[in-house]
Design a binder for this molecule. Structure first.
Ligand SMILES: C[S@@+](CC[C@H](N)C(=O)[O-])C[C@H]1O[C@@H](n2cnc3c(N)ncnc32)[C@H](O)[C@@H]1O
Length: 248
């Protein structure tokens, strides 16, 4: 299957975020809980599949150097521009994540990969690549699209579809593209095999359900989101699971 073509000039990924303030802010709230407590300008970060640089506004407050890595040159040009507007020189690398270690000459204190895992069908190889570009004790912040989130669990229990509960990833693609939701337990097994220790996890965008977002103000939802990200992670409740992982 094909990956989504973020390089296609007819597909504007920046517009995807219009009207998604709740999810965008929920992710920033989660990242703040996973990023270092103290700002250290000697630390660097690589944002893998960083796209147009949506996360640059948060990373700039924590790191002295930001590299955005992506397969789409079009999005990387936008990321450079995002950095320029904030007075930051953002480095970019255009490459496929499966070749990450050979495409980067630099090693990193932090790596982040947010909203990319659903495009990847061999995450074990990707985790090994990421391990290879991290410094000793480096931190990897990962988001996965969660197969076991409560809506899917309820729906499949209701349908009596017990096969759904296997650890296999499930395709939720509407077109001929790779779009996978992953089983968090399987992901955790792969991460351990790749050499990562799980330090923290969070359940994110927990209230992304149309009737809830329609009737409750975003501000209120974000308050609940902030309070529940930790506790709900024990149940893999939300559509996104964020991990803080440390290179062993
Ligand atoms: C949904 S966007 C997420 C962008 C960004 N992380 C964010 O949260 O806004 C997915 C990104 O992953 C990139 N991507 C997908 N497959 C990739 C691959 N095999 N290697 C490198 N980048 C990839 C796409 O080009 C796109 O920028």
């Amino acid at each position: 299957m094909l990956s989504v073509d973020y390089n296609d000039k007819n597909y504007d990924y920046t517009r995807y975020w219009e009207g998604r303030d709740y999810e965008h802010t929920a992710e920033f709230i989660a990242l703040k809980k996973l990023l270092p407590k103290n700002i250290d300008s000697s630390k660097n970060v690589i944002d893998i599949g960083g796209g147009f640089g949506r996360l640059i506004p948060i990373f700039k407050d924590y790191f002295g150097s930001i590299t955005v890595f992506d397969c789409s040159q079009r999005l990387l040009d936008l990321a450079k521009e995002t950095g320029k507007q904030m007075g930051i020189n953002v480095k970019t690398i255009q490459c496929d994540v499966y070749k990450l270690a050979s495409c980067s000459t630099e090693k990193f204190d932090y790596a982040a990969m947010i909203r990319v895992s659903h495009h990847l069908d061999d995450l074990q190889s990707v985790f090994e690549q990421i391990y290879g570009v991290l410094n000793d004790n480096g931190v990897f912040i990962l988001e996965i699209a969660n197969k076991m989130h409560f809506k899917s669990v309820l729906l499949n229990l209701f349908k009596g579809n017990l096969k759904y509960f296997s650890r296999d990833s499930v395709s939720v693609a509407t077109k001929d593209v790779t779009f996978l939701n992953h089983h968090p337990k399987e992901i955790e097994k792969m991460l351990k095999e790749a050499g990562f220790k799980i330090e923290k996890k969070l359940s994110v965008s927990n209230f992304r359900v149309s009737f809830v977002t329609r009737y409750f103000p975003v501000k209120i939802l974000l308050r609940f989101e902030n309070l529940t990200q930790g506790i709900l992670s024990y149940f893999y409740f939300g559509p996104s699971i964020f991990y803080k992982l440390v290179k062993k």
